[in-house]
Structure formats: structure tokens, C-alpha cells
Design a protein around this ligand. Structure first.
Ligand SMILES: Cc1cc2nc3c(=O)[nH]c(=O)nc-3n(C[C@H](O)[C@H](O)[C@H](O)COP(=O)(O)OP(=O)(O)OC[C@H]3O[C@@H](n4cnc5c(N)ncnc54)[C@H](O)[C@@H]3O)c2cc1C
Length: 458
């Protein structure tokens, strides 16, 4: 790749105004149609779309592996442990689910419903009914906020008389679902999330599925894009050199964007910089515990919530895909605090929490443990992006391309499927199509289904 310093680029750009050729070594002045920043779900989808249009592209990934926040670890426990995404939402329409069979992977439907604990005992029927009623009322209240176009804190939209399940609702809809307290999230943003009416799991892991869909893509790992020049010439700067492009698709998280990990030259317009900051990442982590012989008597993939006074709670996914893996999820402020103390504090918390629900022997049943710390990942910085109250429209702003050359994609750039792998995928495909259209490689009609020929009447 061409080595071009920031200063020489700026000088070259200025010169290009008068004479539109940048002075580069002929041998090194490589240019591709599209550069894709990041090899998570959005980057993989974008690359596949550009490849399908037979345009040249490069994908730079700062980290050492594929998948970003959707990656499966099989090394730690010898069975798949999804470090990030695990639930395959709406599998009937999810574009990744469609590829599972061809990839030789095994998808199965997740059981509906949850297992509820009240302290160390199972919830009684009347308590379960109370929980379901509280859930329906909470969801309705959020929908009312959408109808009223109210961009208030989601916590304010929630009913206050949910009784014994108030804290559990605040946990499920806040830290567990979006990685933040509902007080810090826009009701409109939360309620706009597309309904998830069915769920599936991939026995080999959601990350394994995404990695299969990326097979054959020429990802350049351990190569961070440190700067994007989007003035009169378009180029990216990496520690290994620079590359010119006709379009750039940035799929880095809002944590990376707001953390100024990528320098934009000229600077990112205030509108977009503010939008990234208003879509701050929440915190959600998984603490995986190997617990053989099912001592809690739970079913495969049982999802367990507890009755609790406030949002500082956790959730358990037991016997993941029938393995001895039990995954405790922590979110929001509690997750941030535990993660800051380190992995040992996280696994200690999970052991103690399980002991509170299933008795003191639960902690002793744990053989091996591992916790994720997404907030500490320098190229992600958290879990999923949700809008601060009053800023539900920030996603639309991030959808606007920079100078018709740079597109943002990723989970944060989807209005209704944000915080999901399928949303990231769709936004990557959408950004690629917008870039291809700008390059003349795609006509507006190319996206539309072929018009059916009228049937001949006999
Ligand atoms: C704990 C957890 C649980 C979740 N559970 C679910 C779930 O069950 N179901 C679901 O659908 N979703 C879930 N999600 C959300 C889902 O994982 C994300 O929405 C999705 O994976 C995001 O994909 P993305 O492509 O937008 O971003 P990312 O996956 O973050 O990909 C961006 C990539 O860009 C790279 N990058 C960043 N900066 C640079 C740079 N400067 N140069 C080069 N590369 C760079 C990063 O290393 C990363 O690989 C979960 C997330 C977490 C953290």
C-alpha cells in the first residue's frame, strides 16, 4: 500500500483543486472502488454486496478476528460460547438465518417464555401471571410513547404500579435489553425497535454462522483505519499504509466514532459527531460458567429472571444448546462496575448470584468460568447503541453520507433493528447499495423485484 503522510495528503488535496491529479508514485497509487472499515456483521454484509456487484474492495479489521460483537469462542470450554450476540431474532425474515442451512449449520427454535425465581424458590402461578401482565403493560406504555411521539426517558413512560415485578421490568427492558438504565434511554428509540416475535439459536454459535457467511472475504486483520481523508480525494490511513478509494463504508461502533479513534480529515461535521455521541453504547456482558450434570434441574436454554427491587439484576441462560454451559448476563451500571474490577470480580458475582437463586452449592458446582468485557475492547467499547432521551432521531443523521463518499453502517445505523446482528447486516447491505449506486454499479431498478409478466388468458 502507498505510504502517504497526513501532511502530504492535505498538500496534495489542495493542489488537486488547481490540477485534479494528486502526485503519487504510479506504482503505489492503488485505488479500489470501496473500502470497508470493520469486519463485523455490517462490514461482512457490505463486502458481500460489493463482491456480488463485482466491484473491487478491501476490508480492514482492527482486531485479530472476524465478527466483531458476534463471535463464537470454542477454545475455552470445548463447546460454543457466543461472546456477544446469541439470539437470532425473527429467524423467518433474518437474512443471516437464511444462510445457515447452506453453511451446514444447525438452527433450532428457542422455547418461548421465561423461568422466574422469587429468591431461592420458583415463582408460583399467580406470580407468573403478575409478571406477564406487567410485561404487557410495560410494552404497551412504551408503544403509547411512540404514538405520542414522546422522546422522554423510557423510565418515565413505564407504569409505576407494576408491584413486585417493577424492578424486574426495569431490568429486562433496560440493562438486559439495551445495556442501560431506562432513565438514560429515549422511550421513542426503545419502542421503535422492531417486534421480536420468534427467536432461534445456532447450535454451533451465532458467531460461527456469521464467520461462515464471511468465508472467502479478503479481510486484512490487525489493520486499524486511523484516518479517513474525504476532501477532494478519498483515502484511508492505516499503520500499514494508505489506500485510495471511490467510496468508504465505516462500520465502527459509535463508541469508536465518539472516542475519536478514527480521525476524519476534514473533521466529522458537528451533526454527525453529535449523533454518534448521543447514541452512546450501553454495557452488556456474558459470564459463562461450566456447570456439569444440570444441578439446578433446568431445561435446555431456559431463560431465568428473578424478582428484584431494582435494575441491578442478572439473567441466566441455562444449559446452552444442551451443553453444560450456563451464561449469566449483566447489563447497565452493574455491568460497567463489575467489568472495571476485572474478570475475577465478574465471575465471583455470577457464582454468588446463582447461589442466591439455587442455594450455596451452586457456586461449588462451577468448574470453569470466563467473562466478556466488551467495554474494555478498544475497537468496540460497549454493547449496543441507544439514543439518549430527546435524541431518537440521531440514527437518521448517522445515515447521511459524508460528501457522497463515506457511508456509516452498523447496528447503530438502523432505525428499528438497532442493537442486533440482523440490523447491522441490513445496514451494511444498504450502505453498500448506496455506494454502488453512486459508483454507477447499481441502478435504482436493480433493487426492485422483477415485474411479473401478465399471465396469458386462454
Ligand atoms: C453481550 C452482547 C450480547 C448481544 N446479544 C445479541 C443477540 O442476542 N442478538 C443480536 O441480534 N444482537 C445481539 N447483540 C448486538 C450485536 O452483537 C451487534 O448489534 C452487532 O454484532 C453489531 O455489528 P456491527 O457490524 O454493527 O459492529 P461490530 O460487530 O462492532 O463490528 C465493527 C468492527 O469494526 C472493527 N473496527 C472498529 N474500528 C475500526 C477501525 N478504526 N479500523 C478497522 N476496524 C475497526 C471492530 O473491531 C469490529 O470488528 C449483542 C451484543 C453484545 C455486546
Amino acid at each position: 500500500m502507498l505510504r502517504l503522510s497526513r501532511r502530504s495528503f492535505l498538500a496534495g488535496s489542495a493542489a488537486a483543486v488547481a490540477a485534479p491529479a494528486l502526485h503519487l508514485d504510479a506504482a503505489s497509487a492503488a485505488e479500489v472502488d470501496v473500502i470497508i472499515v470493520g469486519a463485523g456483521a455490517a462490514g461482512i454484509a457490505a463486502a458481500r454486496r460489493v463482491a456480488a456487484a463485482r466491484r473491487s474492495f478491501r476490508i480492514f479489521e482492527a482486531g485479530p478476528r472476524i465478527g466483531g460483537r458476534c463471535a463464537t469462542d470454542t477454545a475455552t470450554f470445548g463447546v460454543p460460547f457466543d461472546l456477544g450476540a446469541h439470539w437470532i431474532h425473527n429467524p423467518d425474515t433474518n437474512p443471516l438465518a437464511a444462510g445457515a442451512k447452506d453453511a451446514g449449520l444447525d438452527l433450532y427454535a428457542a422455547a418461548r417464555g421465561q423461568t422466574l425465581r422469587v429468591g431461592p424458590r420458583a415463582a408460583r402461578d399467580a406470580e407468573i401471571e403478575g409478571f406477564l401482565a406487567a410485561l404487557v403493560r410495560s410494552q404497551r406504555a412504551l408503544m403509547d410513547a411512540v404514538r405520542a411521539k414522546s422522546d422522554m426517558p423510557a423510565l418515565r413512560a413505564l407504569p409505576k404500579d407494576l408491584g413486585a415485578w417493577q424492578g424486574t421490568m426495569e431490568f429486562i427492558l433496560g440493562p438486559y435489553s439495551v445495556g442501560k438504565s431506562l432513565a438514560a434511554v429515549s422511550a421513542l428509540d426503545v419502542a421503535r425497535q422492531a417486534e421480536r416475535d420468534s427467536e432461534a439459536f445456532c447450535r454451533q454459535g451465532y458467531g460461527a454462522l456469521l464467520a461462515k457467511l464471511a468465508a472467502g472475504l479478503p479481510v486484512q486483520f490487525a489493520t486499524s483505519v486511523d484516518a479517513i481523508f474525504w476532501g477532494s480525494r478519498l483515502a484511508v490511513d492505516t499503520p500499514k499504509g494508505n489506500l485510495l478509494a471511490r467510496a468508504v463504508i465505516v462500520t465502527a461502533s459509535t463508541g469508536v466514532l465518539a472516542g475519536d479513534k478514527i480521525e476524519f480529515i476534514p473533521p466529522l461535521p458537528k451533526r454527525q459527531a453529535d449523533a454518534a455521541a448521543k447514541l452512546a453504547l450501553g454495557h452488556l456482558d456474558h459470564i459463562a460458567l461450566e456447570i456439569p450434570d444440570n444441578p439446578f434441574g433446568l431445561q435446555r436454554d431456559d431463560l431465568v429472571f428473578e424478582q428484584v427491587n431494582g435494575p441491578r439484576s442478572a439473567a441466566l441462560l441455562a444449559n446452552v444448546s444442551g451443553t453444560p454451559l450456563h451464561v449469566v448476563s449483566v447489563g447497565g451500571d452493574l455491568c460497567r462496575e463489575l467489568s472495571a474490577k476485572g474478570e475475577a470480580a465478574m465471575t465471583d458475582f455470577a457464582r454468588e448470584w446463582l447461589s442466591g437463586l439455587f442455594g450455596a452449592s451452586a457456586a461449588r458446582a462451577v468448574k470453569r468460568a470466563k467473562a466478556t468485557r466488551w467495554g474494555a475492547d478498544p475497537w468496540v467499547g460497549g454493547a449496543m447503541a441507544s439514543a439518549a432521551p430527546g435524541n431518537a432521531d440521531a440514527r437518521k443523521v448517522l445515515m447521511e453520507p459524508l460528501g457522497g463518499k463515506v457511508w456509516f453502517a452498523g447496528e447503530a445505523v438502523h432505525e428499528t433493528r438497532w442493537g442486533t446482528v440482523n440490523g447491522a447486516w441490513e445496514s451494511g447491505t444498504r450502505a453498500a447499495e448506496a455506494a454502488l449506486r453512486r459508483l454507477g454499479a447499481l441502478k435504482d431498478d436493480d433493487d426492485k423485484p422483477a415485474r411479473q409478466k401478465p399471465r396469458r388468458r386462454n
